[in-house]
Write a protein that binds this ligand. Structure first.
Ligand code: RP5
Ligand code: MG
Ligand code: MG
Length: 282
């Protein structure tokens, strides 16, 4: 099992979105639920920002709330890409498939169990510097792949322009919508949608599907995603878009793919898969 570390540490650590709330330190060997830890008693924390929100679940035990774990529950997909997850029988709570995080409850996440997102990875070859265009095409070996990165409003980190799959929404629609909102700011001017034409249709090529090591994760709520790749080989469609940050993004830019990038959550892992697919060094 791959150990999560953005949502867990060996020593007590503040929860990223509510620093007064401390995660219990969870050493590597105590991460799996199968590791005995009789007096493991993490703080139970659900942030007030999710209470009563239309996009969030009610509290467990609230009248009329009977979630169907590991199932498509009305419009809400409570299935995991990781296979069937366990549910703590006594507490009636789903358990993080990657093990302990040092914090119980939902934190700032809306759903108990999996919270589904989609991450569009839009790439182009880095354009030759101005004035160098006439010197012949870049050799395949020296071409540098770039992707569209956004800077997140919540943590200030660079990330993929991903977002949550709405209940009943197709993942291909989420990929397109989130790119339009965060990297093109269609919320300011809806007419900008036509700039992408059909570049983002069809869902792209899935390079990752599964758990995200997201700093918001808890023992009972976690992020999962489908990361999908869209490549503009000639750089004259998506590669030439007038990028503009919007919604929960405060910055946007083309970034060279590199193992050295320090990106949000486990986004580097998805980019590594793109580098392998495109045959560029990582
Ligand atoms: C990450 O959070 C996913 O990979 C996706 O990029 C993002 C979705 O959450 P929001 O951007 O909507 O906060 O875990
Ligand atoms: Mg968004
Ligand atoms: Mg987002």
């Amino acid at each position: 099992m791959q150990l999560h570390h953005k949502c867990r540490a060996g020593v007590a650590t503040p929860y990223s979105r509510a620093p007064a709330v401390l995660r219990v330190g969870v050493p590597d060997d105590a991460v799996p639920w199968s590791a005995a830890w009789a007096d493991y008693a993490p703080r139970d924390y659900t942030d007030p920002c999710v209470e009563g929100r239309p996009w969030a679940d009610p509290a467990l035990g609230a009248p009329g709330f009977a979630p169907a774990w590991n199932a498509l529950d009305g419009g809400v997909d409570r299935r995991s890409h990781e296979g069937e997850y366990a549910v703590d029988a006594a507490a009636g709570r789903p358990l993080n498939p990657r093990g302990r995080t040092g914090l119980a409850g939902r934190g700032v996440l809306g759903r108990w169990g999996p919270n589904h997102a989609a991450d569009p990875i839009v790439t182009r070859w880095r354009p030759a510097p101005l004035g160098a265009q006439g010197e012949g095409a870049q050799g395949a070996a020296t071409r540098v792949l770039q992707f569209v990165a956004i800077r997140r409003r919540d943590s200030g980190e660079w990330a993929l322009p991903g977002g949550m799959v709405d209940p009943g929404e197709a993942v291909s629609a989420t990929l397109r919508r989130e790119f339009l909102e965060e990297a093109l700011n269609v919320l300011r001017d809806p007419a900008r949608e036509r700039l992408v034409g059909d570049f983002l249709s069809g869902g792209g090529e899935v390079v990752y599907r599964g758990y995200v090591d997201d700093p918001r994760n808890t023992d009972n709520a976690w992020m999962e995603t489908v990361a999908s790749h869209f490549h503009d080989e000639r750089g004259d469609s998506a590669g030439a878009l007038p990028l503009e940050a919007g919604d929960d993004a405060v910055g946007v830019r083309w970034m060279d793919l590199s193992a050295d990038l320090k990106l949000y959550a486990s986004h580097s892992l998805f980019l590594r898969a793109v580098a392998e697919k495109m045959g560029v060094p990582w």
